[in-house]
Ligand binder design. Sequence first.
Ligand SMILES: Cc1cc2nc3c(=O)[nH]c(=O)nc-3n(C[C@H](O)[C@H](O)[C@H](O)COP(=O)(O)O)c2cc1C
Length: 221
Amino acid sequence: MTTLLLLNASPRRERSLSRRIAQTFIDQWQASRPSDTVLQRDVGIDHPPLVTEEWIAACFTPDEKQTPANKQALAYSDAAISELSLSDIIVIATPRYNYGMPAALKAWFDQVIRIRRTFSFDPAEKTWPLSPILHGKKLILISASGEFDFHPGGIREDWDHLEPHVRTCAHYIGVASADIHHVSVEYQEFADERHDSSVKLALEMVGTIVDKLTLPLAVPY
Ligand SMILES: Cc1cc2nc3c(=O)[nH]c(=O)nc-3n(C[C@H](O)[C@H](O)[C@H](O)COP(=O)(O)O)c2cc1C
């Protein structure tokens, strides 16, 4: 059995493109593997808390010394990390805001990338002191943008602070770079034929990724 975590980051509900493409991914996955579990966390509607001084202090307090106040400060983080740990496949559906991820998604990463839970820190290690604790997960990043050409070689490549940032954060939630699939819808603000073909291409990519990831999971006969 595979567990998927669907993380929606758009504040838009029915009108959200990223939600629509992500739901298509989940629907196609469930059509192929109805017994798999889908966990959901809607950070676009129910915003994660921001990091506070109390949160930081609680993170650095050993488990046996945790006070009720420490535990409360970490409650969201604990819940989000525990569903992340259970998940094999993470689907992040997000708008592009000001060329990067929306604040709600960044707040979720800040809650789940946590010392002693999702990464270890070795001060004796001079070059890469931080190491991820989780491993072997796959990430489907589904993004929606009003503008276009953020891909490598595109005219706005240098303004893409969404995929590179998610890619770096993904390392700390157990996703290797090769296990990231990015489905991107562009031209939303133009609502023209370029946008239509971008949506069509994204839906085709979703089908290809579902086939690619579900095929090796099929029971041989
Ligand atoms: C606050 C805000 C900032 C945005 N910034 C950008 C941006 O920097 N670049 C871009 O291409 N589109 C930008 N957009 C457009 C959104 O990325 C686009 O509407 C996208 O479809 C939103 O995702 P959703 O349809 O899932 O809600 C912005 C939209 C809003 C509301």
